[in-house]
Design a protein around this ligand. Structure first.
Ligand SMILES: Cc1cc2nc3c(=O)[nH]c(=O)nc-3n(C[C@H](O)[C@H](O)[C@H](O)COP(=O)(O)OP(=O)(O)OC[C@H]3O[C@@H](n4cnc5c(N)ncnc54)[C@H](O)[C@@H]3O)c2cc1C
Length: 400
């Protein structure tokens, strides 16, 4: 394990940093995280275009698609540096991190020509239409039906928790095409135009005040067979590529950490409180442990290797810690802690906003329990979770 940049990596970091300094302001540690406003979206699109023009959007993608043709380690370095700035990122994370890589892996040359560069330049936004009311952790349980009609498929059903569906142009859609096959075998994936007739996205109003994800209804939506990704019935294989990219993309959790609560506590006098000091020490130790784990992942990337399932550790630690840190800061504010107004509360109500966002982080991209199962089975080599429905036709499974 080598914690230092190689000379080439240090050079790239310098170049990335200079580009960021030219275009953005450093984070001031304050501000909520309402990322769905029109203004935020406009800024995010402009920043994505600037990054693409500077050669910093999707660093590992080939130059022919507008990428840089760089290394995975350069992408990590860019992410580390960009995170220090007030960069309006977010609306493109799912599209560029998960959906478009799936299109690249399974789409035709026409698909790649049509979609990849436009997504990279921030001109089109993508969403991931997998989860349904009865298919989340067990996403192979999707019921949204796709029935073949000539050269088209007719889609009916409902998705839920679809991040950004209300401002997305395209989505990747997991459907059931063969209910007689076992659940993992009767699925097919499509590209869907989110502006077409029969697609209705209804934003869900969150506790934090934001509206970032949606229920999405499909009523007699027609998709040409040419917009199918992968073979008919092989949707699970396609979905696994998306989910693998998701697990790689979901690492740390943005929000206040032990340093920010320590600074805040210094101002309130709580730093002398023994119980708080013990918590602070625990957060610090967990954060250092996670940093070292991240170095392991980075070292693998730096050597051109693919990080393993141990990457799942990051979100369990950081999302839980975020919730705990924000809870403590809110308690420190006593009765005022319930106020969420960013203009009157300390740190622009960052602790309150992040507190309401943290439970979502513990669910998105794999719940705590699912990630623990992955670590148990694939890192520690423990026996598999019980899977009684594996070879049973989907239509014979108890539904509810
Ligand atoms: C902020 C956010 C953004 C999201 N964005 C998207 C998106 O863009 N597109 C999309 O398709 N989905 C999205 N989702 C949905 C997300 O993928 C699901 O919420 C998640 O997979 C959990 O599914 P569920 O909510 O149906 O919970 P369930 O799967 O019903 O889980 C309920 C509880 O049971 C536990 N559980 C389930 N199975 C097991 C098991 N085998 N062992 C032990 N415990 C188990 C879970 O850990 C959880 O505590 C998003 C969710 C959130 C919170």
């Amino acid at each position: 394990m080598d914690f230092n940049d190689t000379p080439e990596e240090a050079e790239f970091r310098k170049e990335a940093r200079a580009f960021l300094e030219k275009h953005l302001k450093l984070k001031d540690g304050a501000g909520g995280r309402h990322r769905s406003s029109d203004d935020f979206l406009k800024r995010a699109k402009a920043w994505q275009k600037t990054k693409a023009e500077g050669g910093f959007a999707q660093i590992t993608w080939p130059k022919e698609w507008g990428g840089r043709g760089g290394t995975a380690m350069q992408q990590v370095i860019w992410n580390q540096e960009e995170a220090k700035f007030d960069a309006p990122v977010g609306p493109f994370a799912i599209g560029l991190g998960m959906c478009v890589p799936t299109v690249i892996a399974f789409g035709s040359d026409e698909h790649k020509k049509r979609y990849v560069e436009k997504a990279l330049r921030g001109e089109e936004i993508w969403c991931q239409l997998f989860s349904e009311p009865a298919a989340g952790s067990d996403v192979a349980g999707v019921k949204t039906r796709a029935i073949k009609d000539g050269d088209e498929w007719v889609i009916n059903g409902q998705k839920v928790w679809t991040t950004g569906a209300h401002f997305s142009d395209y989505g990747i859609l997991l459907t059931r095409t063969d209910p007689k096959a076992p659940k993992h075998k009767g699925l097919t994936m499509f590209i869907v135009d989110m502006h077409q007739k029969g697609v209705e996205a209804k934003p869900i109003h969150q506790a934090s005040g934001g509206r970032e994800f949606n229920e999405v209804y499909f009523t007699d939506v027609r998709i040409p067979d040419s917009d199918r990704l992968g073979e008919v019935g092989a949707g699970w294989k396609v979905a696994l590529v998306t989910l693998m990219n998701e697990r790689l993309a979901v690492g740390g959790s943005p929000g206040p950490d032990w340093k920010e609560i320590m600074d805040y506590a210094r101002g309130t006098g709580s730093l002398t409180d023994q119980a708080f000091r013990e918590k602070l020490a625990d957060w610090y130790v967990a954060a250092q442990g996670y940093n070292l784990t991240k170095f392991r992942t980075q070292t693998a990337l730096s050597r051109g290797e693919t990080p393993g399932p141990e990457n799942s550790i990051g979100k369990i630690i950081t999302a839980n810690q975020l919730q705990d840190i924000c809870n403590s800061a809110i308690e420190m504010q006593d009765h005022f802690g319930i106020m969420t107004d960013s203009e009157t509360m300390p740190s622009n109500a960052l602790f309150q906003q992040s507190f309401m966002w943290a439970p979502g982080l513990r669910i998105a991209g794999g719940t705590d329990e699912i990630l623990k199962n992955i670590i148990a089975e694939r890192v520690l080599g423990l026996p598999q979770d019980v899977r009684v429905d594996k070879d049973v036709p989907f239509e014979s499974l108890k539904q509810g």
